[in-house]
Write a new protein. Structure first.
Length: 269
């Protein structure tokens, strides 16, 4: 049998051979590209793994300063507490010392104040004793003068009858006028604090024996030309008097009649 395949020319053979070489070439290039991609992938993978490893290795190193800071803070805290404790102890000692000094100064001041109070008390006591002595002497002198006046008035008095039921005793005498600072024509001034009221009170006390601080004026009024009647008593109203007086020009008010009453008249209470 004869072969029916067509015969290839030399040119066609060359092209076929070249096409085979090109296919092989492309296959090789593709393989190389794949190998290159694999290498690159491997390199990147190792690089990432190395970076993670480095990060893991670095992590303990970065933690060391943190631990050091915490230890430093603890040490600082301990030192601060020790310093505070020492400072508080020193302050406490200073405070105790200051308190002691303050107490000593206070005790000294108290002693000084006590001495001063004692001296002031002694001085006040002396002054009170002197005042009491003076007042007692003055009261004794007034009482003596009053008693002498009453005795003199009693010796020189003359009893007078009275129809007034309140009158227990009435008497008259030649009593002297008490003197006056007034001059010229006289007109009786009954207002409180006037010169006439002052001199009338003085004349009443001279014949009744009442003291200035122990006399109540119940009524003072006129009964004629330069004539007045004064109703007075002591503070307890146990001694009640009605005194008649007359003004003597140049001499003052002169008592003319004294009446001892059983009580203060109702119209004056």
């Amino acid at each position: 049998m004869k072969n029916n395949r067509p015969k290839q020319s030399r040119t066609q053979k060359k092209e076929t051979k070249r096409n085979r070489f090109e296919k092989i070439y492309y296959i090789i290039i593709t393989i190389l590209i794949l190998i290159l991609v694999g290498l690159l992938t491997y390199i990147f993978f190792i690089r990432d793994s190395g970076t993670d490893q480095i990060s893991e290795d670095i992590t303990p190193t970065t933690e060391l300063p943190t631990n050091t800071d915490e230890e430093n803070e603890e040490n600082d805290s301990e030192n601060t507490e020790e310093n505070n404790t020492q400072t508080e102890s020193e302050n406490s000692e200073l405070t105790n010392q200051e308190d002691q000094e303050t107490e000593d100064a206070s005790d000294s001041n108290n002693e000084s104040a006590t001495d001063n109070e004692s001296s002031e008390t002694d001085e006040n006591a002396d002054e009170e004793e002197t005042t009491d002595s003076s007042e007692q002497s003055s009261n004794e002198a007034e009482n003596t003068q009053s008693n002498e006046t009453e005795e003199a008035n009693t010796e020189n008095t003359e009893s007078v009858e009275s129809e007034d039921p309140l009158v227990e005793d009435a008497y008259t005498a030649d009593w002297p006028a008490v003197g006056t600072e007034q001059s010229g024509e006289h007109t009786t001034d009954f207002s409180d604090g006037s010169q006439d009221r002052t001199e009338i009170n003085q004349a009443v006390r001279s014949v009744t024996g009442l003291q200035a601080g122990n006399m109540i004026e119940w009524w003072i009024g006129g009964s004629g030309s330069d004539e007045v009647t004064a109703t007075v008593s002591d503070s307890n109203q146990s001694q009640v008097y009605r005194v008649s007086l007359q003004f003597i020009e140049g001499a003052g008010w002169k008592p003319t009649l004294v009446e001892e009453l059983s009580q203060v008249p109702d119209e004056y209470q």
